[in-house]
Design a protein around this ligand. Structure first.
Ligand SMILES: *Cc1c(COP(=O)(O)O)cnc(C)c1O
Length: 445
């Protein structure tokens, strides 16, 4: 691998060169664009980021679940280099090319269900979600979209309306798009009636929300992340999603699975829906699909996707050939290296460590959850009240960064640590990262 797979700090973090670049950033880049860790990266591969000061950092974030196959993964680099030399853009809507078609074929093969499918490609996750909503409304002739508490679907105008959390995503950015309705999420750890009652009560609450606030016949689609991402890595109880899917089918409401974060081997299956045997009508993909290049997709039942008039979907750059070549390289890597299996191995390595930490600190680690290489712990002030402890989360995060471990937090209450290592990371680096995390946690108490 082009980058040595070990952690090594040669300066404090961030070091002097990163600090100098950060001064330039502050002077040139909008303050609205934040940075989690102002360490400027020069190279990256496997599970390591190398910064401009020469520090080697362990990567537990994958640039938010994007570099699933690893940074600058060999097949991605090869595909991109070839493609960028052949041609960079024609616009698929003007003069098409094979790479776009090949990515759509792969999406058709790999997404849940063996029915006929069609896909369309876009540039970002938010754009894919917007287009899934367009297709669902067009096909059903209905307006309403049902989303959930803690949902995250993007930052464009429509997707802000679909996203639950005000700060930082929505605050003073309205007015928002209409005909969006929100149901309670099946969140076992915080379900008022307790985790045992969560599946049944959350299903009833969902049905009641649609019935009383929307009317079944007015609902075009239910849009859900099968495991919620930014909202806190919330895993609904087994069977709940399948009941929601079944109920939607009975009422002619489309189920859109937003698998932008969960998709492409991240959770130990190709898609998180696979684990539950759920077959959505439409599925949105992005993040892990193209090894770091911007590419997103909407895939769905052929009769739904083909119901849109010609010219109704598209965009100048959507399905750019270089991004498509990257996706083909990334998908080939996932298949050849069995990255679904690797994600399950990562779960097997991480979970006992996280559970051990929870057993040693039952008062502060409220919940350990997730699937595959998408795992999280939720921190609280005490086990009785379950009050979210955002301050402890921030302190641990700070200490991890200083020790050369890149971690991400999330959650509506800012008290969840999420672990999203690249699936190309080695076991030694993961163990070392977990040692650093535990030390940071125990020192911050
Ligand atoms: C990241 C994300 C999005 C938005 O994707 P962008 O590429 O940032 O627009 C939408 N949905 C989910 C579940 C995500 O994790």
């Amino acid at each position: 691998m082009s980058v040595e797979q070990h952690r090594q700090l040669v300066t404090e973090v961030p070091g002097p060169r990163s600090r100098a670049l950060h001064e330039r950033k502050v002077a040139a880049v909008s303050a609205g664009v934040g940075t989690t860790l102002p360490v400027y990266v020069e190279r990256a591969a496997g599970g390591v980021l190398v910064d401009v000061d020469g520090n080697h950092l362990i990567d537990f974030g994958s640039g938010i679940a994007v570099t699933t196959v690893g940074n600058a993964a060999p097949r991605v680099v090869e595909g991109v280099q070839q493609q960028v030399a052949d041609f960079t853009h024609t616009c698929f809507m003007v003069t098409p090319y094979e790479e776009y078609v090949s990515v759509c074929e792969k999406l058709g093969e790999l997404t849940p269900g063996d029915h006929q499918k069609r896909s369309a490609l876009f540039n970002s996750g938010a754009e894919a979600v917007e287009n899934a909503v367009k297709v669902a409304r067009h096909h059903t002739g209905r307006d309403a979209i049902v989303v959930f508490d803690h949902a995250y679907h993007g930052r464009t105008n429509l997707t802000m309306a679909l996203t639950a959390k005000n700060m930082p995503y929505k605050h003073r950015f309205g007015p928002f798009a209409g005909e969006v309705y929100r149901a309670p999420m099946a969140y076992p750890y915080r379900w008022p009636g307790g985790a045992e009652a969560c599946a049944d009560e959350a299903f009833e609450a969902f049905v009641s929300t649609v019935h009383t606030q929307v009317g079944e016949d007015n609902a075009a689609a239910v849009l859900i992340e099968p495991i919620q991402g930014e909202g806190g890595f919330i895993v609904p109880p087994p069977g709940w999603l399948a009941r929601v899917a079944e109920w939607c089918r009975e009422h002619g409401i489309l189920l859109i699975a937003d698998e932008i974060q969960t998709g492409f081997a991240r959770t130990g299956d190709w898609f998180a829906c696979d684990h539950e045997g759920v077959v959505p009508d439409l599925i949105t993909t992005a993040k892990g699909m193209a090894g770091g290049l911007p590419l997103a997709g909407v895939t769905g039942r052929a009769e739904i996707m083909d119901s849109v008039h010609t010219g109704g979907l598209g965009g100048t750059y959507g399905g750019n050939p270089v991004a498509c070549a990257a996706a083909l390289g990334a998908i080939e890597t996932m298949q050849a290296d069995d990255l679904c299996g690797r994600a399950r191995e990562i779960e097997a390595l991480f979970l006992p460590r996280l559970r051990g930490l929870a057993e040693r600190h039952p008062d502060r680690v409220g919940d350990v959850r997730g699937r595959g290489a998408m795992l999280a712990i939720e921190l609280v002030t005490d086990a009785g009240s379950r009050t979210p402890d955002a301050a402890l989360t921030a302190a641990v995060h700070q200490a991890c960064s200083a020790s050369g471990l890149v971690t991400l937090t999330c959650g509506t209450f800012g008290n969840v640590f999420r672990f999203l290592p690249p699936l190309s990371i080695g076991d030694d680096l993961m163990e070392e990262g977990l040692d650093l995390f535990e030390a940071a946690f125990e020192n911050a108490l």
